[in-house]
Design a protein around this ligand. Structure first.
Ligand code: HEM
Ligand SMILES: *[C@@H]1O[C@H](CO)[C@@H](O)[C@H](O)[C@H]1NC(C)=O
Ligand SMILES: *[C@@H]1O[C@H](CO)[C@@H](O)[C@H](O)[C@H]1NC(C)=O
Ligand SMILES: CC(=O)N[C@H]1CO[C@H](CO)[C@@H](O)[C@@H]1O
Length: 501
């Protein structure tokens, strides 16, 4: 009797699941959207344990290139759309940004620091926070960080000197992560960090924990990015708990040191001040912002800044070592700037005007965008084009990493050619085929901050060292990337730093 009952229940469940599956599986076919048949569990995500998602995005792009502007995929059982077309990308990110204001990725509700930060939070909190923060990330407002970045750039040169004198191979990924951690740690949390010189610092221990993409951390990120409900159930978090505990502790201590949450901020000196000011301004509009909300922003500044900037620096230095003409041209520009400054420290303005330096950075971000695809979710039904309307809730990924290496847009995409981005050549580029900082109202809020960090770091190293390849290291196009990391993250890299004088 019992067995019969169990048997009936089982049969019903299996049949129901099967019928659901048939419906899921036919989703894109029914709409005439090109797709690969999904795996019964993972959908289109069967690559996850094998290759980097960025590489996968490039593969999908190349496979469907010129056949179709978009490709249907499944995130497990959820249909999602990859957009490989600049014009549709522009509409999703800019013109119809109101429909696509939210990101799909999300960490569980059990993780306030992870789910309240401006990167992962959705409306209405996102608009509230973004509105207050955008004005303080303008060029003028972040100039006060110039001295900090200039000081850390000098320490970077010292660091290379110290390590070279010990005949040590320099792990450039780690060195630049030490550098970028010092800058963003001090700017966001108001504490002094000394990792550039020493390689060690409490703040650096935290960013190291962010960088260890073990299988489990990788799994965390896969859920957060592609299956947020699972992140909720298993209480996965954006940040390791030890990190958020540490951030909470130092944030409180520094706020206390500055006179508490209610002491009016007169002059904004760093990002922490901007957060305090945001809370105070919101209070004037009877909008209460919790301490957690502030700490979540400071934390995402660290995560959003340190790895993007340090990866960019590492791959730029690596490419320069293998592209001697580019390096020489850059060196001459930097020497000129230094002379024009009368030998004084670089300034934000002088480096912003360094045409070739900026082309080198643009080209680095073309080949190695830290976040190669942009994630949005449709808040209501949306007509993609005359052939396709997607239902509300469909995740959409704009595939810039694919477009950025498409030879039709960037001839010989494997070559490192900063000249593509020279002002006189820029007119030939197809709009919306390049967006390393994202696009539209939800683009990277720290763009200028990141650019400054990278400009100062590169200029200081190039002025003092000639970069040369070392034997037994891979060519730039064979660099390996961590396959558990959600975004492009380089593995161990070494170059030879030869002092210029
Ligand atoms: C080379 C450096 C950097 C690169 C390449 C980069 C790239 C990006 C990209 C592609 C996005 C997604 C944009 C979109 O969806 O349209 C983003 C978002 C974001 N970035 Fe950056 N970033 C960099 C540096 C920074 C820095 C220095 C900070 C903080 C000080 C920062 C903070 C953020 C934040 C908070 C968001 C989320 C914005 C939102 O959702 O409203 N980033 N970044
Ligand atoms: C940073 O480390 C260096 C080298 O160990 C040391 O000389 C210097 O005093 C430290 N600076 C701070 C602010 O702790
Ligand atoms: C819609 O589909 C038709 C038939 O496949 C195709 O010729 C047309 O170019 C498509 N329209 C757009 C905007 O892609
Ligand atoms: C396709 C591809 O290049 N995948 C790389 C992803 O990262 C792993 C680990 O570094 C590499 O081994 C793969 O080659």
């Amino acid at each position: 009797m019992l067995f019969t009952l169990l048997g009936v229940i089982l049969t019903c469940t299996v049949t129901w699941l099967y019928l659901r599956w048939l419906k899921v599986r036919s989703f894109w076919g029914k709409r005439g959207v090109p797709h690969e048949p999904p795996h019964p569990i993972f959908g289109s995500l069967t690559h996850l344990t094998k290759i980097n998602t960025s590489k996968w995005m490039i593969a999908v792009y190349n496979k469907y290139k010129h056949k179709t502007p978009y490709v249907g995929i499944w995130l497990f059982w959820r249909p999602a759309l990859i957009v490989n077309d600049p014009e549709i990308g522009r509409r999703v990110l800019v013109k119809d940004a109101d429909v696509f204001r939210d990101r799909f990725l999300n960490s569980g509700k059990s993780d306030p620091i992870g789910c309240l930060n401006i990167f992962s939070v959705n409306d209405p909190t996102w608009s509230r926070v973004r509105r207050h923060l955008t004005p303080v990330f303008t060029t003028a407002k972040i100039k006060h960080i110039q001295n900090l970045i200039a000081q850390k750039s000098k320490e970077l040169v010292q660091r290379i000197q110290i390590e070279s004198s010990k005949n040590k191979l320099i792990d450039i990924r780690t060195m630049f992560a030490d550098f970028s951690t010092d800058i963003i740690g001090t700017a966001a949390f108001g504490v002094k960090c000394n990792a550039t010189l020493t390689g060690k610092d409490p703040m650096r221990s935290v960013t190291k924990s962010f960088q260890t993409y073990s299988f489990i951390r990788g799994l965390n990120f896969v859920s957060i990015m592609f299956f947020p409900e699972l992140a909720d159930i298993f209480r996965f978090s954006f940040f390791p708990k030890s990190a958020t505990d540490y951030f909470t502790k130092i944030f409180r201590a520094v706020v206390k040191e500055r006179g508490g949450y209610d002491k009016p901020v007169e002059e904004i000196k760093d990002l922490l001040d901007t957060l305090l000011k945001m809370k105070q301004n919101a209070a004037k509009e009877s909008d209460f912002m919790s301490e957690e909300l502030l700490i979540a922003q400071a934390t995402i500044f660290v995560q959003g800044a340190f790895e993007t900037s340090s990866n960019t620096l590492a791959v730029a230095i690596y490419e320069l070592a293998y592209n001697t003409e580019v390096q020489e041209k850059l060196y001459r520009e930097i020497v000129d700037i230094k002379e024009r400054l009368g030998g004084e420290d670089f300034t934000v303005d002088a480096l912003a005007d360094a045409t070739y330096l900026n082309c080198v950075i643009d080209e680095t971000l073309r080949k190695y965008p830290p976040m190669g695809w942009l994630d949005r979710v449709a808040r209501k039904e949306y007509q993609i084009d005359e052939n396709l309307t997607i239902p509300a809730g469909t995740p959409v990924y704009v595939n810039f990493v694919g477009m950025q290496v498409d030879p039709d847009y960037y001839p010989e995409p494997q070559l490192f050619k900063p000249e593509r981005f020279l002002p006189e050549a820029k007119g030939d580029l197809t709009p919306f085929t390049y967006a390393p900082f994202g696009e539209g109202p939800r683009n990277c809020i720290g763009r200028r901050f990141g650019q400054q960090t990278v400009r100062f770091g590169l200029a200081s190293v190039i002025l003092n060292y000639e970069l040369k390849p070392l034997p037994n290291m891979p060519l730039p196009n064979d660099i390996e990337f961590n396959k558990n990391a959600p975004f492009l993250l380089v593995e161990l890299l070494h170059v030879n730093f030869v002092p210029r004088h």
